[in-house]
Every structure is written in C-alpha cells, then in structure tokens.
Design a protein. Structure first.
Length: 103
C-alpha cells in the first residue's frame, strides 16, 4: 500500500499535478493516506482546532479591550492629576499674592 501511494505521489509530481504542493508536503500526504480515516477523530481534531482559534481570537479581543480601557483610565487619571496640580498652583499663587498684599 505504502509503495503504491509513494508511486502515485511521484507520478503526480512527474505529471505536474499538484507538483509544488506534493514536493513540499510529500511526507504529510503520505502520512495522511497511510492513516486509517475515522470521522470521530477528524471531528475531534476539528473541534480542538476551533477551540484554539477561538481562544486566540478571545485573547486578541481581550488585549485590545484591556489596552483601550487602560488608556482611557490613564487619560482620565492624568486629567484629574493635572487638574489637581493646576488647582494647587493657583492656591499657592493666591497665597503669595495675599502675602505680598499683606492680607
């Protein structure tokens, strides 16, 4: 069986049928054809791949949302701190003016 599959792959390459693909993936194609097909296993692999893809997408979305929220929080905090600092500077200036006026 394996010999027949190898021969068919070589013939396809010689006849330019999927040549580039088969040249790059001969071992994988051979392994797939030599393995007995089982729908349950195939579906399990597909579910697992889907789970990993979904998990990766979820991580990317979570990272984007987290960065956006962090940026928003940082900007808000920065504005609050800047306003507090500005208010403190005004208070000090007013105090200096009172002292200069002798009030």
């Amino acid at each position: 069986r394996e010999e027949a599959i190898r021969g068919a792959i070589k013939e396809c390459i010689r006849e330019n049928i999927l040549k580039e693909f088969l040249e790059r993936h001969t071992r994988e194609v051979l392994n797939m054809l030599m393995t007995e097909w089982n729908w349950e296993d195939a579906l399990a692999v597909q579910r697992e791949e889907g789970w990993f893809e979904g998990r990766e997408e979820g991580r990317e979305e979570g990272l984007e949302e987290g960065l956006a929220k962090g940026l928003e929080k940082g900007l808000t905090k920065g504005r609050e701190e800047a306003a507090a600092e500005y208010t403190e500077q005004i208070r000090r200036l007013e105090e200096e003016i009172r002292l200069l006026r002798g009030v």
